[in-house]
Design a protein around this ligand. Structure first.
Ligand code: PLP
Length: 390
């Protein structure tokens, strides 16, 4: 089969691949626990499901406007107003097929061939491949575990060239769970605006932040510099709606038109029924997110206690999301010299699926998701510890 050259440089998603391997072992009757998935283990809230059922019963089943139904675009504006005090107008909002489509289409809309995208490493697996598919050149910017894997202005300035077009920021981060403070983000934004580097702020985990860390959005920066950045978010993680595929982006109205053009010629609008569910989510109460936050915080502490007891393993205590990203390189040996072979061994011997850090741009680490119940988490981490320390 003849496939385009462009695809030869693209890797399949490592997290989805690891999950598929775990499913395969499960189907052979093995009791595999997956800590590889990036989704809450809670069901979608009842009021959201009810709104979708009502939409279906009311035959709300036709194409909708490409950038989203007006009430959802307004609900997105209302979300930012409610949590961050800035309400972007409807024409600055586009509803997308998950946060993923917003990101993909932003790269497509903004990049000319060969333009560079600064991506602080470790990074979410899809950013480099998305940039490549859009004709750009991903540039990984190093961070230090001692600085909670947060990028500094100095590191960004070192990586910048005349060809730099975009910087991707992700706080809380997947895979590290680490969060930037407002002061850190302000310093980076001042640098980016002064250097004319467009910022994409991926805020998909903003409802899953644990004190003393604080949720910070760059929407205030967007209000001051609407052509300097775009803010991406979605319903997947905050409302346990990963399969509904609803994300959104706030950007300059001209950029929203460009994103709409791409969407109109590729996928059209997001599923009409899912959009009605999203309106109910964003305009309803946020008690459900608080409930998930409390559970994830407890599990983070549980997981941190076990992981920190492993000699030689370093792991920052993350302020958000539901991942731990420990540096386990002190435990590498001739048989398991890197994160891929180690994860393979853990899968075979402990029957626990994890994702190798190399997929996130750091081969010293492995990623655990703690979006499973407490007993499963304890059982899985104890089994991993036994393999690691054997
Ligand atoms: N951004 C980050 C950092 C993610 O971890 C994910 C999903 O795992 C996404 C974006 C995409 O989310 P969605 O399911 O809304 O496409």
């Amino acid at each position: 089969m003849r496939i385009s050259l462009k695809l030869s440089r693209i890797k399949p998603s490592a997290t989805l691949a690891m999950n598929a391997k775990a499913q395969e072992l499960k189907s052979q009757g093995k009791a595999v626990i997956s800590l590889a998935v990036g989704e809450p283990d809670f069901p979608t809230p009842a009021h959201v499901k009810d709104a979708a059922k009502a939409a279906l019963d009311a035959d709300f089943t036709r194409y909708t406007p490409v950038p989203g139904i007006p009430e959802l675009r307004d609900a997105v504006g209302g979300y930012f107003g409610r949590f961050y005090g800035v309400t972007p107008p409807r024409e600055a909002v586009i509803v997308t097929n998950g946060g993923k489509q917003a990101l993909y289409n932003l790269f497509t809309a903004l990049l000319n061939p060969g333009e560079e995208v600064l991506i602080p490493a470790p990074y979410w697996v899809s950013y480099p491949d998305m940039a490549l598919l859009a004709g750009g050149v991903p540039i990984a910017v190093p961070t230090e575990i001692e600085n909670d894997f947060l990028v500094t202005v100095e590191a960004l300035d070192k990586a910048r060239t005349p060809g730099t077009r975009i910087l991707v920021l992700n706080s809380p981060s997947n895979p590290t769970g680490c969060c930037y403070s407002k002061a850190q983000l302000d310093a980076i934004m001042e640098w980016a605006i002064s250097r004319k580097v467009f910022v994409i702020s991926d805020e998909i985990y903003d409802q899953l932040v644990y004190p003393p860390a604080e949720a910070v959005s760059l929407i205030g920066w967007w209000e001051k510099h609407p052509d300097g950045l775009a803010v991406v978010n979605g319903l997947a993680k905050s409302f346990a709606m990963t399969g509904w595929r609803v994300g959104y982006c706030v950007a300059h109205p001209d950029l929203v038109k460009a994103l709409s053009k791409i969407q109109g010629q590729s996928t059209s609008s997001v599923c009409s029924i899912a959009q009605k569910g999203a309106v109910a989510a964003l305009t309803g109460g946020f008690e459900y997110a608080r409930m998930m936050r409390e559970n994830f915080l407890r599990r983070r502490d549980l997981a941190m206690e076990i992981v920190s007891s492993w000699p030689g393993v370093k792991c920052p205590n993350p302020g958000g999301a539901f991942y731990l990203f420990p540096d386990v390189s002190a435990l590498y040996n001739a048989k398991t010299p890197d994160s891929s072979t180690l994860c393979q061994r853990i899968l075979e011997e402990a029957l626990v699926a994890l994702v190798p850090g190399v997929a996130f741009g750091d081969d010293r680490c492995i990623r655990f998701s703690y979006a499973v119940d407490d007993d499963t988490l304890t059982k899985a981490l104890t089994a991993v510890g036994r393999v690691l320390l054997s």
